[in-house]
Design a protein around this ligand. Structure first.
Ligand code: MTE
Length: 321
């Protein structure tokens, strides 16, 4: 893996968001900022930047990040309702402390990990990724986290572990949407082991230099940038190593529409719509303007083909949608 070194950034934690956003725009494409996990855990804000930090080569996008307001108010988090505005409105009832993640299944080191321990497990990095929703819209988000592989290595999966299954919290007292039958709760997703180990798969704790807002999947979520957004399970409480391919909630709900792989693929249409292009949230300024804003072509593997294409060499991606 080719790593990029960046000079120290002396700016302090409490950078006003506008300054931060414009600074991020300048840096987009190359930079990675390291946060000391302890400082991040304590303050929830971007602490003094600890130093230059390595980055997965070529993974960051040059695209302008979507505004913080849009990233945190246009969400899919069905546990809080099915409208895009529901999660921002209702997710304040989610209690993110105490929080534990149970590590289970085919591994040598199963156990229950506290969120504070997870925050300190590896240095945080900022990763600016595109997020492409299966519904045909996309965003660019400066996430904060570390590679899921860091946690997986600590759990020491055994040779029977072929897949990893992720389970989200499903508590009807905190999550009004769980009382509805829109999905078979809890929300479950899965990755093949090599996908989960790919350094781009990000265990995510923050965005825009802050801890994750509840509506974005606090306190811990997954971000798998080359797959449709629904693979990126939010508010995770269980990670299980399994021998058989897990059945995700969306596959259960509509198998013909949401397959296990869910790789972003402009040449494989969803049965009810084309996946060839996408609307970038925030482009055009609302109302008619956004209706007529130009759609962008969707890129194979959401633009991460150079990094992840090899994982699927020889596979029929029309069958394995
Ligand atoms: N995780 C859970 N637990 N519940 C959900 O409804 N929605 C998925 C994914 N993770 C979802 C979830 C979908 S469809 C998308 S597009 C992304 O979260 C959206 O993430 P964002 O709101 O942070 O942009």
């Amino acid at each position: 893996m080719h790593l990029i070194q960046r000079p120290l950034d002396p700016e302090s934690a409490v950078t006003p968001r506008e300054v931060y956003e414009s600074r991020r725009r300048l840096l987009a494409g190359a930079a990675a900022l390291a946060l000391t996990p302890a400082a991040f855990a304590q303050s929830g804000k971007l602490p003094k930047l600890a130093g230059a930090k390595s980055m997965v080569a070529g993974a960051l996008t040059m695209d302008k990040p979507t505004s913080y307001a849009d990233v945190t108010s246009y969400n899919n988090f069905y546990e809080f309702g099915t409208d895009k505005a529901d999660p921002a409105e209702h997710a304040h009832t989610l209690r993110t402390r105490p929080w534990t993640v149970s590590i289970e299944g085919e591994c040598n080191k199963p156990g229950v990990m506290d969120i504070e321990a997870l925050l300190k497990l590896a240095p945080m990095e900022e990763r600016i990724y595109r997020l492409r929703c299966v519904e045909g819209w996309s965003m660019v988000v400066p996430w904060i986290g570390y590679s899921l592989a860091e946690l997986i290595r600590k759990a020491e999966p055994n040779s029977r572990a072929k897949f990893v299954e992720f389970t989200s919290l499903a508590d009807p007292r905190q999550m009004p949407g769980v009382r509805s039958g829109v999905l078979d709760w809890p929300y479950v997703e899965g990755l093949r082991m090599d996908e989960a180990m790919h350094p781009l798969a990000l265990l995510t704790f923050g965005l825009y230099g802050e801890v994750l807002p509840n509506q974005n999947g606090a306190p811990i979520r997954l971000t798998v940038p080359w797959k449709y957004g629904f693979k990126s399970a939010k508010s995770i409480v269980k990670i299980r190593f399994v021998e058989r391919q897990p059945t995700s909630s969306w596959t259960k709900a509509a198998q013909q529409e949401y397959g296990f792989y869910s790789n972003v693929n402009p040449s494989v249409d969803h049965p009810r719509w084309s996946q060839a292009s996408e609307r970038r949230i925030g482009e055009g300024s609302g109302g008619l303007a956004s209706l007529f804003a130009k759609r962008r072509p969707t890129l194979m593997f959401n633009g991460y083909e150079a990094q992840v294409g090899q994982l699927y060499a020889g596979m029929d991606l029309k069958k394995n949608y």
